[in-house]
Design a protein. Structure first.
Length: 150
């Protein structure tokens, strides 16, 4: 089952990410205490999978993700999908576009990570998220009604 491998937040923009064992996802904002948390936008929480980091020889937190997952193909998620992550409910919004910061980590990483930088989400329902928590894809009402499922 997919799970939360690591949790991070930026206490200040540009500062190193702080690793957490427990984080509070705040509805329509992001992770509590994260400098990147913003109400009303699609860029509240960044998910990246450990498998992608391993393939790129990167450590969790290096590319400034909030949640490093394990066992979930984050780059295969589609906008509009909903995930239960611990007690929180996240909606996948958009792929994260690599920025110039990637080349500060390793020259050429911005190009190398294109299409694999993870997915941004917004917090539909707040709640606590812990390292090791399960990640569950939630059924989509639109998809269920199309397929005829009840």
């Amino acid at each position: 089952m997919p799970q939360v491998f690591r949790l991070f937040r930026a206490t200040r923009r540009g500062w190193p990410m702080e690793e957490l064992m427990l984080a509070e996802a705040v509805q329509d904002s992001g992770l509590a205490g994260c400098a990147h948390a913003r109400s009303g936008g699609p860029r509240q929480v960044l998910l990246v999978d450990r498998e992608t980091l391993d393939a790129l020889d990167l450590l969790p937190g290096m590319i400034r993700e909030n949640i490093t997952t394990e066992g979930l193909n984050v780059n295969g998620l589609q906008p509009g999908e909903t995930l239960r992550v611990g007690q929180a409910l996240l909606e996948v919004t958009v792929p994260c576009t690599p920025c110039g910061h990637m080349d500060k980590i390793r020259m050429g990483l911005r190009r190398e990570i294109r299409g694999r930088r993870g997915m941004l989400c917004r917090v539909l329902q707040g709640g606590m998220i812990r390292t090791g928590d399960a990640i569950e894809k939630m059924p989509s009402p639109a998809r269920d009604s199309v397929s005829g499922a009840a």
